[in-house]
Design a protein around this ligand. Structure first.
Ligand code: HEM
Length: 246
């Protein structure tokens, strides 16, 4: 096939209403020129990163709205918007798999062109890391403190599967999916550059493992093991077998 001909069609004229509204002219020139790619995997490498940035922009923007609705205790809006956030997070996880089709060698070639660039500089990721604390504060103020509720009550002693519980579970899902993204990203690194390698910043990849252990809302995870310990006291350290003593 005549590559040049198809490259031109791919870029589009940029003059039709659809193209103007979506700004395809700019969008499709956010990647290197076809002639400048260092190998056949570089377009994919750029596109996946750019798409992930767009999802993080949407997630961050949606979390700002969620914070407004938390303060209004508009739980229906909060839950609908959290569903949007969770789907976008799942897409981010799924889309990482595309890069598993890139060979280690092709990545090394691309890496030579990255300069000092590192995922740690991602604007989308950095903004999300700044948002979880204010979100927790809004939840705590408007769903717990204002009603004299605690995490223990909404999960255990006063459990009604009420609004505070539903919002807490949406927060936990956000936290869990964030950890899952970090885990899948780590698996991608195992596959592409190996775990022992130094990163572009010269620091070992192990810093990523610390990130994987980060919990945004530790209280929502602690309550689960507290409950297991608490409920466990009913049967002590060792339980009788279900079939009774033999
Ligand atoms: C083959 C592909 C990839 C490789 C080999 C890779 C490698 C790495 C490495 C070694 C780090 C450690 C920090 C550093 O080097 O400065 C890192 C961090 C990071 N990367 Fe990637 N990455 C890849 C793809 C992606 C993609 C697709 C995203 C999409 C958003 C991404 C986002 C990030 C983020 C956000 C961090 C900071 C993580 C944190 O602080 O927990 N990476 N990456």
């Amino acid at each position: 096939m005549d590559r040049k001909h198809f490259y031109e069609i791919m870029n589009g004229e940029g003059t039709l209403d659809y193209e103007l509204y979506l700004n395809t002219k700019s969008l499709l020139s956010c990647q290197k020129q076809f002639s400048d790619f260092c190998n056949r995997d570089e377009l994919q490498f750029q596109v996946v990163h750019q798409i992930e940035e767009l999802w993080m922009k949407l997630i961050g923007y949606t979390l700002l709205d969620i914070d407004d609705f938390l303060q209004q205790q508009n739980t229906n809006r909060v839950l609908t918007l959290f569903r949007r956030v969770h789907i976008a997070q799942q897409l981010m996880i799924d889309q990482i798999a595309l890069l598993e089709t890139m060979s280690p060698k092709e990545y090394q070639e691309i890496r030579l062109n990255l300069g000092n660039g590192s995922g740690q500089e991602s604007p989308g990721f950095r903004v999300l890391l700044k948002m979880y604390q204010p979100l927790w504060n809004s939840f705590k103020e408007h769903y717990l403190d204002k009603h004299g509720l605690t995490v223990e009550q909404i999960y255990n002693s006063g459990y009604t599967h009420g609004e505070a519980y539903m919002v807490a579970e949406a927060l936990a899902e956000f936290d869990g999916l964030f950890q899952k993204f970090r885990y899948h990203h780590m698996q991608l690194i195992f596959r592409t550059i190996g775990i022992g390698a130094k990163s572009l910043k010269g620091r070992p990849v192990e810093i990523l493992e610390e990130g994987m252990r980060q919990q945004f809302f530790p209280e929502l995870w602690e309550i689960r093991h507290q409950m297991t310990d608490l409920w466990g006291t009913q049967y002590g350290v060792k339980r009788d077998p279900l079939g009774g003593h033999h």
